[in-house]
Write a protein that binds this ligand. Structure first.
Ligand code: ZN
Ligand code: ZN
Length: 461
């Protein structure tokens, strides 16, 4: 007779604490499958009602008492029966736990407002959450501990299941727990909700075709962005930035409210970036669109920033990949091209020696003099994979340098007064007077074992 235990427990709870169908049913949520808590609550009240009616027919006082208890919980059939039997209608009480806030009409009302708002966004998946005031949880806890209820579930589940069901009927999208594109937090108790649109991530690489464009906005050193006579009231040291040239068109196209640009390291303002470019992840905040063909974005950026910046290999990305990109700075290798003009004529034989002796070595580098003001003076040991050198004029040589991320290449060339060892200046015994640097490639270091092996082969040949 185990089923009677459930009915008996339900009745004992109701006789002390009036509960609505949802809140009664929720105490037995783990029993039965494919039915809602409301259905559980109705079923339990119906059985108690039928049993009570049987007792009344048998002329037992107990039956009438039970009908009165159900009536107090606003159980309509019980109220009707009491009236039929000629008794006064007892005063009903609101649900002890939710005070009547769990209510089908209320659910419908909130759901339809959410549906209207969600229609403004492109998304594949979402997640619903619910905010529940602590006093409601406390009241439910009182019942659970007093009656040792072990089959209940959180009241949140009721709210999100009921409203989620209504929303899903209109806009059928996946429920995503780990990385939802949209999160809706419902507060049924204050009849409000909040739509959080999670950012969209786009991975790509950029080439910087022109010098003097900083990666991120560079504010005027005098006024820090407020605008002064020195910066012609622009507040800026440079009018444009790579991040804005890439992020601006994306914000427009995806109808986002803002963006954040994450580069895999950065080059000097006066260096260009060529070759396969520098990786970045663009984070778009609160986008309305998510399904745009990235070819369209690529064309838009490249058209609007023509001659300055070029993006390539755009694809949709994730916060996970962004974390990887951010943490990988010493874990990347970079390939540079440097065109260097020297004080004296370049010795071709010495150039060959550089290519030979400066491959697969570790460079000792004290913090460069030019950044000492901003950085602590410390010794860095960075891997130099190879240098290829070619004389292109009597005093001019071209170098291709592949090194571990974080190695200061300018100092590798000019030696920084002996603070970087070895250096090209030292090897050649010739002072560089003009250095033009370009980044050709940025690669993750996972490949570097393989690449440095291949580089070894090249040197041997
Ligand atoms: Zn309730
Ligand atoms: Zn200024």
């Amino acid at each position: 007779m185990r089923s009677l235990e459930i009915i008996d427990l339900a009745f004992r709870i109701l006789s002390r604490y009036p509960l609505c169908d949802y809140c009664l049913g929720r105490q037995f949520a783990s029993l039965g499958y494919g039915i809602s808590n409301k259905e559980r609550g109705i079923a339990l009240k119906t059985i108690i009602f039928m049993d009570a009616h049987k007792l009344i027919k048998e002329n037992t006082e107990e039956g009438l008492e039970r009908i009165r208890i159900l009536s107090m919980c606003n159980h309509h059939p019980s109220i009707k029966l009491l009236e039929q039997l000629g008794y006064d209608k007892p005063s009903t009480k609101p649900c002890f736990i939710c005070e009547g806030y769990l209510d089908k009409m209320r659910f419908k009302e909130v759901a339809s407002k959410i549906i209207d708002e969600l229609k403004e966004y492109e998304f594949r998946n979402f997640l619903l959450g619910a905010r529940v005031p602590p006093e409601i949880r406390e009241r439910e806890d009182i019942i659970r501990s007093e009656y040792m209820v072990t089959t209940g579930e959180d009241i949140k589940e009721d709210i999100t299941r009921e409203i989620g069901g209504l929303i899903q009927k209109e806009i059928n999208r996946e429920i995503e727990y780990r990385t939802p594109e949209i999160v809706v937090i419902i507060d049924i108790f204050s009849n409000t909700y909040e739509v959080q649109v999670n950012p969209l991530f786009i991975y790509g690489r950029y080439r910087k075709l022109q010098k003097d464009i900083p990666q991120t906005p560079w504010y005027c050193r005098e006024c820090w962005g407020r605008g002064c006579s020195k910066c012609n009231f622009t507040g800026r040291e440079y009018p444009e930035s790579i991040s804005e040239l890439i992020g601006g068109p994306a914000v427009e196209l995806f109808e986002a409210i803002d963006f954040k640009f994450h580069g895999a390291g950065r080059e000097d303002v006066d260096a260009v970036v060529l070759g396969s470019g520098r990786p970045f992840v663009l984070e778009l905040k609160h986008p309305r669109k998510r399904f745009i063909d990235l070819k369209i974005l690529e064309e838009k950026i490249n058209r609007e920033a023509v001659g300055k910046v070029e993006v390539l290999d755009l694809r949709y990305s994730s916060r996970r990949e962004l974390r990887l990109l951010k943490s990988s700075s010493p874990l990347v290798s970079k390939t540079y091209e440097a065109i260097v003009e020297f004080e004296n004529e370049v010795d071709g034989e010495a150039l060959k020696k550089i290519a030979h002796e400066m491959s697969n070595i570790t460079v000792d580098q004290w913090t460069p003099t030019r950044v000492l003001k901003r950085r602590a003076d410390k010794l860095r040991k960075k891997k130099l994979y190879y240098i290829e050198a070619e004389k292109i004029d009597s005093k001019i040589a071209k170098f291709r340098i592949k090194a571990q991320g974080g190695l200061y290449v300018k100092e590798l060339i000019d030696g920084d007064n002996g603070r970087t060892k070895p250096s090209i200046m030292e090897m050649l015994g010739n002072k560089p007077i003009k250095i033009r640097l370009a980044v050709l490639e940025v690669e993750k270091i996972e490949n570097h074992m393989e690449t440095s092996k291949r580089e070894n082969d090249t040197v041997a040949r």
